[in-house]
Design a protein around this ligand. Structure first.
Ligand code: FES
Length: 133
């Protein structure tokens, strides 16, 4: 008997059975991104995904410039579904103020998708020259 066989036998004796516990399904939502040229693309985002992560599943991801939410490169204009995004925190407010980003915009790297109906305009597209106000 292999060590794996022993493990299975112990699991059966202890009542573990062969079925692994099921993880609860994470809800998924469709997010629509609009590009500066007016074209759009849709992606599927899991609840809690950042807008940057979600946009990375499409052809034109949001550009990023830092790993600590301080540069503001990833800011997006929320066109619809703002109530389906995570609330803004002090770090996001400070970064927007320091980089003169309009208050209505959100930082894609800090903003999480929490529901259906989000539509956001990407200001800086990955691979293109970044625009900062
Ligand atoms: S990538 Fe720098 S603030 Fe989001």
């Amino acid at each position: 008997m292999t060590p794996f066989g022993i493990r299975k036998k112990l699991k059966a004796l202890l009542g573990g059975g062969s079925k692994a516990p099921q993880k609860p399904a994470v809800p998924k939502y469709t997010v629509t991104f609009e590009l500066p040229d007016g074209s759009t693309f849709e992606v599927s985002a899991k609840k809690g995904d950042s807008l940057v992560l979600a946009s990375g599943r499409g052809a034109s991801p949001i550009a990023t410039g830092c790993a600590d939410s301080t540069c503001g490169t990833c800011h997006v204009e929320v066109l619809a579904g703002a109530e389906m995004l995570s609330p803004e925190d002090d770090a996001e407010r400070n970064t927007k103020a320091e980089n003169k980003i309009p208050e209505a915009n959100r930082l894609g790297c800090r903003t999480e998708v929490l529901g259906e109906g989000v539509r956001a305009k990407i200001v800086n597209v990955f691979g293109e020259e970044a625009y900062m106000p």
